[in-house]
Design a protein around this ligand. Structure first.
Ligand code: ZN
Length: 109
């Protein structure tokens, strides 16, 4: 199964993203410079998260299909780890803010 998306890039350009699932392997490519360099780009991350805000190709229903294509792949595991770490970062950020507030109070009393 292959899906194709076009998403908004920077400076008025668009990028083509192609998703292909074969067996338990999902390949998701983007033609942007970041992906070309072998890095994860924001375009693929937001589609993987189900976000259609940059979608130009008019197929938001296929973004839902993409989410179902992820199930049982190594991409699924990575997305779970990213979500877990994002949650921990948010929690740590809140704890850090709280300690900084305590420090400010301690320094002023
Ligand atoms: Zn990209």
């Amino acid at each position: 199964m292959t899906l194709e998306f076009e998403v908004k890039g920077g400076e008025g350009v668009s990028h083509k993203i192609t998703a292909d699932r074969a067996g338990d392997n999902l390949t998701l490519t983007c033609d942007c410079p970041t992906a070309f360099q072998g890095n994860i780009c924001a375009h693929r991350l937001i589609l993987l998260a189900g976000d259609t805000s940059l979608l130009m190709s008019g197929n938001p229903g296929e973004v839902d299909e993409l989410k179902s294509m992820i199930a049982g792949t190594d991409v699924d595991q990575c997305m779970r780890e990213i979500a877990d770490l994002d949650s921990k970062i948010r929690s740590l950020s809140t704890q850090l803010d709280d300690v900084k507030k305590k420090l400010a109070i301690s320094l002023n009393d």
